[in-house]
Write a protein that binds this ligand. Structure first.
Ligand code: F0G
Length: 366
């Protein structure tokens, strides 16, 4: 029988904190494909791969962190968890809480999360509260709730979330045989860039005090970390919080990231960059991914590719560099963007009668 992937906590048990193993809550997350992207290699002159995180159980990379946070919470006997979310964290928390038999409260910005994500949280039975405020307001409230009530916070300020998410970097190194030259990803609350940098460093043997720090190094080097924020929600790029963040990429519509300092550290220690991309660049990259690379992602996930293409246009991608890009969430989360042209017009399906000649005509086959 083929090997059944057991989820990231079991697969990487020797490099994760032991307390995650007491009562592991898993839906089989991780083990996602690293897909070569010849179209992007051609456009950039580099050797580009996509880490397709939409293939996780709830359709985003959040499941890696959630299995860890929820296992820790279950091990402590927690009954209720809470998170603030732009959508994906809430979908993931809701699913894993259900699996663990816990109640899950989620705080989301009213009207600003994609329908797919909203329906996931509801389908999994979360106590969903739409808050009159943005993500940053929701996170402040969630933190206060967890301080004052018997509720565990499962946002990425919870260190177990970072532990789980660092396995994305492990899988990339395992697949390629070493670290890439450059790793690219979108930045919102900045947990994932923090986690990937931690994972790459640990696998290169640079963190002797980490769990499994005495194991032999798997990688000989670490990549430059390239993070991209949406231009209307780019506090790290601007150097100050953004009080009213705005972008079509609702997943990363965040004005005051919790892991701001760690993201700057990842950028600086790795010799990387954090830049911004416009909504037009994001939607163009979203279309390149779906129509040319065959990979359907949500707009926020396209920000990394948008940034990579933008740097390539400016001659800033070294020829032949091995580049990995985390595409963070599935296109079905927020499908409306596929039904619009890049000029903003609605895509109208062609209607035909059910005879073969009309169909062949409509397909320009005759
Ligand atoms: N891509 C997607 C699809 C996301 O949902 C998020 C964050 C990010 C990228 C950015 O990752 O926050 O670690 O820098 N979504 C969070 C949420 C904020 O609530 O689902 P980050």
């Amino acid at each position: 029988m083929a090997h059944q992937w057991r989820g990231v906590v079991a697969e990487y048990a020797d490099r994760l904190p032991a307390h995650l193993l007491e009562r592991t809550v898993t839906l089989g997350e991780g083990g996602t494909p690293l897909v070569p992207a010849p179209v992007l290699s051609e456009r950039t002159g580099a050797d580009v791969y996509l880490k397709v995180e939409g293939m996780n159980p709830t359709g985003s990379f959040k499941d890696r962190g959630m299995t860890a946070a929820m296992s820790a919470a279950a091990g402590r006997g927690a009954k209720v968890v809470v998170c603030a979310s732009t959508g994906n964290t809430s979908a993931s928390a809701a699913a894993y809480a259900t699996r663990a038999g816990m109640i899950c409260a989620v705080l989301v910005p009213d009207g600003k999360i994609a329908m797919g994500k909203l329906s996931q949280a509801i389908a999994h039975g979360a106590r969903l509260l739409q808050v009159d405020g943005n993500f940053d307001d929701c996170l402040v409230a969630a933190r206060k709730l967890a301080e004052s009530y018997p509720v565990e916070l499962v946002n990425s300020v919870n260190p177990d979330r970072i532990e789980g998410q660092k396995t994305g970097a492990f899988e990339i190194v395992d697949a390629l045989g070493d670290a890439p030259d450059i790793h690219v990803l979108p930045v919102g609350n900045a947990g994932n860039i923090t986690a990937y940098w931690k994972g790459f460093r640990e696998y290169a043997g640079l963190c002797p005090d980490a769990p499994g720090g005495s194991l032999p190094a798997v990688a000989t080097r670490t990549p430059a970390m390239w993070g991209f924020q949406a231009a209307g929600a780019a506090p790290i790029v601007l150097g100050h919080p953004v009080t009213e963040p705005e972008t079509v990429a609702t997943a990363i519509r965040i004005g005051n990231p919790a892991s701001w300092r760690q993201a700057e550290e990842a950028r600086d220690d790795s010799g990387g960059v954090i830049e911004s991309v416009t909504d037009d660049q994001i939607l163009a990259a979203h279309r390149v991914l779906s129509a040319e690379a065959g990979v359907f992602v949500e707009p926020g996930s396209a920000a990394g590719v948008a940034g990579l293409l933008s740097r390539a246009e400016r001659g800033l991608v070294p020829a032949g560099a091995r580049v990995t890009v985390t595409v963070t969430g599935h296109g079905l989360k927020d499908p409306q963007w596929a039904l619009r042209t890049l000029d903003g017009a609605d895509v109208e399906p062609t209607r035909v009668s059910a005879d073969v000649v009309s169909i062949a005509d409509a397909l320009d086959l005759s």
